[in-house]
Design a binder for this molecule. Structure first.
Ligand SMILES: Cc1cc2nc3c(=O)[nH]c(=O)nc-3n(C[C@H](O)[C@H](O)[C@H](O)COP(=O)(O)OP(=O)(O)OC[C@H]3O[C@@H](n4cnc5c(N)ncnc54)[C@H](O)[C@@H]3O)c2cc1C
Length: 486
C-alpha cells in the first residue's frame, strides 16, 4: 500500500501550476499546497496501516485500497463505506475530492466496461487497464468534467471559438491532441492523474467534445490556474484550523495541445457513450455515495461544534437553543439515515455490481444545497458575535502585554480563553472564512447546479409507486350514481 511519503515523493514532477502570477516550482514546498499535501499524505498512511482494515483482495488476487473496490454485495458497500468514513473523519468531512471520489467512478467504469466497448473493443481494454494501474499503485485521480463557464445557452460547438471548451484538435496514429479548457479541478494540483470528460449534456455537433481520457499531471501542455489559496499567509493552524490543513484548491485547467496516447483514451467522439459512462454504469451513484459518506461526517462534525458552542456559552440550558440543536440533529440524522438506506436497499445490476438505491441517494443529493445552508445558518445563530470577539491571532494569547486581558475576558463559563478562542476560530473557519464560503459554494455546486441535482431526484424517485398509491385510492370510490329518476 502507498504511504504518505511515497505520495509526496510522486508529486515532485514537472506539473505546471500557476498561482499569484507565478509558476509553482515544487508543489510540495509551496505554501498554498503544503497543508493539503500533508493531509492527503496522512490519508495514505491511514490506509497503509493494516489495523485500519482499508484493504481488500481484488478480483486479480492483489491487495488494494477499498476506495477502488467494485462492490458486488451489500456487505461490500458496507466495507467500502467504513473505509471512506475513516478517511472522511481524518478531514472532518472537509476534503471533498480526496482520492476516494474519482476512485469510485473508475471502479464503476471497470465494473461496466462494456459501455466503453460500444466505441470499439480497445476502449474497453483501455478503461480496465487504467483502472488496474491506478488501483494497483493506489494513485490519486482528480477530474474535470464541466466545460468552462462562457455562455451556457450555447452548445460547445456554437461558441465563437472552437477550442474554448476541451476538444480533440488532432488525431494521430499514436494518440490525440487536446486543446481548450475545462473546469474545475478540485485537488488536481496535488493529484497524480486527471480524468477528463463532460458530464453536462452534449448536443449533436459536439462530437469533437465528446471524449473521455486520463492524463498525468505533468503532461506537457497541461496547465493549472489555481484560485487564491486559503491556506497561505495564515498566522497558524490554531487560527485557521481548516483552511490551513484542508484547502484542497480548485484549478481551472487549460490544455495547450496536450498529447494523449490512445491507451489513455476511453471514449472518442461519441456523445451517447459520454453520457452513458456516468449513468449506465454505477459511476454517478457510487461517486455520490462517497460524497454522502463524507457529508455525513461533515454534518456530524458541524453539529459537534454547535453543541460545544452552546455548552461553552452556557446557552445549552435555554429551550430555544435546544430546539436549534434538535433541528441540527434532525437534519444530520436524516442525511445519515438516507445514506444508510441507500446502501441497505441497494440494487444489483446485470453485471453483478451493486449500487446504492437511487431514490434515497438522489433524495439527499437534491436537498444538499438547502441542507448545508440551513446548518450554517443555525451555527451562525448560535455563535453570535463570539466568532469576532477573539483576538486577531494566537499571538495576543501568548504575548506578555496582552495575555492577561485575553485570559480574563475572552473565555466561557467553564472554559479558559484558549479553549474558547480555539473553538470559535474553528467555527469561523466553517461559517465565515474564505474557506468556509468556498465550502458553501462547494456543497451547492459540486454535483451540478441546484436545478440539475433536483433533476436527479426527479428522475430517480420512482414515481410509479407514489402514483400507484393515489390511483388505487381513487379507484376505491366512484362518482355517486343519481338517486333520482330523470
Ligand atoms: C467549489 C467547487 C468545486 C468543484 N469541483 C469540481 C471538480 O473537482 N471537478 C469538476 O469537474 N467540476 C467541479 N466543480 C464544478 C461543478 O461541477 C460546477 O460548478 C457545476 O456543474 C455547475 O456548473 P457551473 O458552475 O458552470 O454553473 P452554471 O451551469 O453556469 O449554473 C449557474 C447557474 O446558472 C443557471 N443556469 C445555468 N444553466 C441553466 C440552464 N440550462 N437552465 C436554467 N438555469 C441555468 C442556474 O441558476 C445555475 O445555478 C466544482 C464547483 C465548485 C463550486
Amino acid at each position: 500500500m502507498r504511504t504518505g511519503q511515497q505520495y509526496m515523493d510522486s508529486l515532485k514532477d514537472n506539473r505546471c501550476i500557476y498561482i499569484d502570477g507565478e509558476r509553482v516550482q515544487d508543489v510540495t514546498k509551496h505554501p498554498a499546497f503544503t497543508g493539503i499535501i500533508q493531509t492527503v499524505a496522512k490519508l495514505y498512511d491511514i490506509s497503509a496501516d493494516e489495523t485500519n482494515k482499508m484493504t481488500y483482495t481484488t478480483e486479480d488476487g492483489t491487495i488494494a485500497n477499498k476506495i477502488y473496490m467494485i462492490p458486488r454485495s451489500r456487505e461490500d458497500l458496507k466495507e467500502r463505506r467504513e473505509a471512506i468514513r475513516k478517511w472522511s473523519e481524518a478531514t472532518c468531512g472537509f476534503v471533498g475530492r480526496s482520492p476516494d471520489h474519482v476512485a469510485a467512478f473508475l471502479a464503476s467504469f471497470a465494473g461496466a466496461a462494456h459501455v466503453f466497448e460500444r466505441g470499439g473493443e480497445r476502449f474497453k481494454d483501455n478503461i480496465i487497464h487504467f483502472y488496474k494501474q491506478v488501483r494497483d499503485n493506489d494513485l490519486y485521480v482528480s477530474y474535470v468534467i464541466i466545460p468552462p463557464q462562457v455562455d451556457r445557452s450555447k452548445a460547445a460547438h456554437e461558441l465563437d471559438e472552437k477550442y474554448v471548451a476541451m476538444a480533440v484538435y488532432e488525431e494521430r496514429e499514436d494518440g490525440i491532441i487536446i486543446r481548450g479548457s475545462q473546469m474545475l479541478g478540485t485537488g488536481s494540483a496535488v493529484s497524480d492523474y486527471l480524468f477528463c470528460s463532460v458530464i453536462s449534456p452534449l448536443r449533436p455537433g459536439d462530437e469533437d467534445y465528446a471524449i473521455s481520457f486520463a492524463v498525468p499531471m505533468d503532461a506537457p501542455g497541461l496547465k493549472l490556474y489555481a484560485r487564491p489559496s486559503y491556506a497561505q499567509n495564515k498566522p497558524s493552524t490554531f487560527d485557521y484550523p481548516l483552511s490551513t490543513q484542508f484547502d484542497e484548491s480548485d484549478s481551472f485547467v487549460v490544455f495547450d495541445d496536450v498529447f494523449i496516447p490512445w491507451e489513455q483514451v476511453f471514449i472518442y467522439k461519441n456523445i451517447d457513450i459520454v453520457r452513458a459512462q456516468f449513468h449506465e454504469t454505477p459511476a454517478h451513484a457510487l461517486g455520490n455515495n462517497q460524497a454522502q459518506i463524507r457529508f455525513t461526517t461533515k454534518l456530524k462534525f458541524m453539529i459537534g461544534v454547535a453543541r460545544k458552542i452552546a455548552e461553552i456559552n452556557g446557552t445549552d440550558k435555554f429551550p430555544q437553543v435546544q430546539e436549534k440543536l434538535g433541528e441540527l440533529a434532525s437534519i444530520a440524522s436524516c442525511v445519515e439515515g438516507m445514506m444508510l438506506a441507500s446502501e441497505y436497499e441497494c440494487l444489483h445490476d446485470e453485471n453483478g455490481v451493486v449500487r446504492p438505491n437511487p431514490r434515497y441517494l438522489y433524495g439527499i443529493v437534491g436537498m444538499q444545497d438547502t441542507i448545508y445552508s440551513s446548518v450554517i445558518k443555525v451555527l451562525r445563530e448560535l455563535a453570535g458575535g463570539g466568532v469576532l470577539q477573539g483576538p486577531s491571532s494566537y499571538k495576543e494569547l501568548i504575548h506578555p502585554d496582552t495575555a492577561a486581558d485575553i485570559q480574563k475576558y475572552i473565555r466561557g463559563g467553564n472554559a479558559d480563553s484558549t479553549q474558547k478562542i480555539q473553538l470559535f476560530k474553528l467555527a469561523w473557519d466553517i461559517i465565515g472564512s474564505e474557506f468556509g464560503g468556498r465550502h458553501q459554494q462547494y456543497e451547492m455546486f459540486y454535483n451540478g447546479a441546484p436545478f440539475v441535482v433536483k433533476g436527479y431526484a426527479y428522475r430517480n424517485y420512482g414515481y410509479q409507486e407514489a402514483v400507484g398509491l393515489v390511483d388505487r385510492f381513487l379507484h376505491s370510490y366512484e362518482l355517486p350514481q343519481p338517486t333520482y329518476t330523470p
